[in-house]
Ligand binder design. Structure first.
Ligand code: GLY
Length: 323
């Protein structure tokens, strides 16, 4: 099992016993993401995730087994577990993706519990953001107010950095509130089936309605049993622009190693954008033969690996830039 950021170590650990007893890869990937979604200490996923500029949390996620076996949801506002709902989209409909209010209604009808998605810590962080950061950004001209909604999407800010403690990437870092991250899990089970899942609350204080890479098949996650799997985290706009996870898997299909494939996707992002200081993009990839790696544009990304020997949290195998 592989997961993005150090907080995924706890999530993979929770899913491991079931997998070790012969459980299925998809079940384990969903359990791992569900655990992170439930954890209020994770400020970028599920309950605990930082809200949009209106103070509302909206959650995105997807699951994938193969090009013909995937499901996703975007902008859930009443349910904490986008990966579970995404799995229901895959298993109970002929569609790939549901979004917005209708996705919440689908979750209701599928029997998912309606729950508060805004944790008190996240609400307090939004209040501080409104009181402190927004004023500075409005004064600097990097945020605008339109009909009462703050658009701070042009405001610069530091990127997420993982201190390795398995907790928040943003709340512990004063004014590091504009980055992005995601839990992504890739799992291979005893039968050799590979499954992936990813879940996010998206960019903190995003413009309401913004959707990043995570729920889009091929962007935030891609799995093809013939080639391997990749999951992304970081600035969704960068990752989506190059169909990042698909690009990594296509690299592996062409015979590159996991680390070479990640490097090529990161180089494509670097070539395609004028990178800003807050930008980060990272991938974790698993080739069908077990070769795997994690890589990032910049320092500060950690990934977790859980197997029969236990769990390790490691820095990226490849970091493209030294800054
Ligand atoms: N990578 C998560 C997002 O940008 O929403």
């Amino acid at each position: 099992m592989l997961g993005t950021w150090s907080f995924s170590a706890r999530a993979l650990g929770a899913a491991w016993p079931g997998l070790a007893q012969g459980g299925k890869a998809l079940d384990a990937a969903v359990v791992a993401c569900t655990m992170a979604e439930e954890d209020p200490a994770v400020d970028s996923v599920g309950y605990g995730g930082l809200p949009d500029a209106d103070g509302q949390v909206s959650l995105d996620g997807c699951v994938m087994l193969a090009p013909g076996r995937a499901g996703s949801v975007a902008c859930l506002k009443r349910h904490r577990h986008p990966v579970r709902v995404a799995r229901m989209v895959m298993e109970r409909t002929r569609h790939l993706m549901l979004a917005g209010e209708a996705a919440d209604r689908f979750a209701d009808e599928a029997g998912e519990l309606r729950e508060e998605v805004l944790a008190p810590e996240a609400a307090a962080a939004w209040k501080r953001w409104m009181e402190q950061a927004v004023g500075d950004a409005l004064a600097a001209g990097t945020a605008v107010e339109r009909e009462g909604v703050i658009d701070a999407s042009l405001a610069p800010g530091p990127r997420p950095v993982d201190p390795g403690a398995g907790g928040p990437l943003f709340l512990s870092q004063e004014r590091r509130w504009w980055g992005h991250d995601t839990i992504g899990a890739i799992v291979r089970d005893r039968a050799g089936t590979i499954a992936g899942a990813c879940s996010t609350s998206g960019t903190p204080f995003k413009l309401p309605g913004r959707v990043g890479d995570s729920p889009i098949i091929g962007h935030g996650l891609y799995v093809d049993p013939a080639a391997g799997a990749a999951v992304a985290t970081g600035t969704g706009e960068l990752i989506s622009a190059v169909c990042g996870s698909f690009l990594v898997v296509e690299g592996m299909r062409a015979g590159k190693s996991a680390v070479e494939s990640i490097r090529a996707a990161l180089e494509r992002i670097e070539r395609s954008f004028s990178l800003e200081p807050q930008h980060q993009a990272a991938f974790v990839a698993l080739r069908a033969d077990g070769d795997h790696a994690g890589g990032a544009l910049r320092n500060g990304f950690l990934y977790s690996r859980q197997d029969g020997q236990g769990c390790t949290v490691s820095p990226a195998t490849v970091v493209l830039r030294g800054d």
